[in-house]
Design a protein around this ligand. Sequence first.
Ligand SMILES: *Cc1c(COP(=O)(O)O)cnc(C)c1O
Length: 390
Amino acid sequence: MAKTYKHLETKLIHAGEPEPLIHGAVCIPIFQSAMFEYSGEESYEDLRYIRLNNTPNHIALHEKLAALENGEYALVTASGMAAISSSLLTILSSGDHFLAQDCLYGGTHDLITKDLPDYGISCDFIDGNDPGSWEYKLRSTTKAIYVETMTNPLLQVAHHKAVVEFARAHNLVSVIDNTFASPINFRPLDWGFDLSIHSCTKYLNGHSDIVAGTAIGRSDLIESIKRRVNHLGGSLDPHACFLLHRGIKTLAVRVKYQNQSALKIAQFLESHHAVASVNYPGLESHTQHHRASELFDGYSGMLSFELEGGLEAAEAFIQKTDLPIVAPSLGGIETLVTRPATTSHAGLSARERQRLGISDSLVRVSVGIEATEDIITDFGQALEGLESLS
Ligand SMILES: *Cc1c(COP(=O)(O)O)cnc(C)c1O
């Protein structure tokens, strides 16, 4: 029986660790071996082989990830998209239909609109804030409902309790992409979701040096997804497993700091006369602040804002900042800034972006673990004089 631990901070360090320690090594070694000696395994899935997701590095991560969100089982995958695509291709078959939130990660949106139709899987988009409108989109073939904990880049928080109730009432599998919250801020299975997915590329690894994903949930569901991943070939390499394993251990200290820092930066921006509006669920002014407070233990390190001076000011701001790196992606230890219209949401048409409220001048920040004051000082100098652009 694996040991169980009460608190998340302890699980991060000790859950899933080899027992006894391998040759006394405090850290699990990298098992860089494609195959392992035959030892009487009776099924193909049990043969020990990297692609079959069963090396010691995979097994340790599966246990650790499951423990973090109180799931029965977890599967680690070669990327967040590998976790999302194989989960959807497990839950849904040709002829099936599902509902998905209208503002999704760009790669997921493309998978749903451009790839899944080729497999006979159709989708209708729903407004996560308007549960009353969902029933009209149900069909006899509807099998699942798919949402994200917080939307990118506007940090909207859907009515997650209603999502779970709706899924139960209509016999749908409820799936949530919990990447933005990380297990520190939200644990979807505790609230009744069937499946929680992460891009571990972001907060879980936290060091911007690998891509990886995970799906966490009931054993039967994860076992089916694992079989699909085994056949589609989206397993994570042991070396990347090791890096993810190492990154996860510091998740709590990183994310709690990022929560605090992002709140202070959001408050600073909101009070600045060159800033028109700030999107951060931790601010009282955020439309779903109360919902976020009920569901989450922290509001994440992600925020976005509009400048009074529009696009010209946004570009000037990004150019004038010294500290952040201008790059897509998020959740790492370094602060990043982007204009989503040119990065994460460049795949959408200008009209789609407008419909979702993502203007060309919106600036998104992924807050790292630098000193909060240094970020605020840098943003302050970058904002100077920008109000005259409006
Ligand atoms: C980055 C991201 C993904 C995709 O993850 P990859 O690891 O890049 O494949 C999925 N969902 C969200 C919310 C993301 O931010």
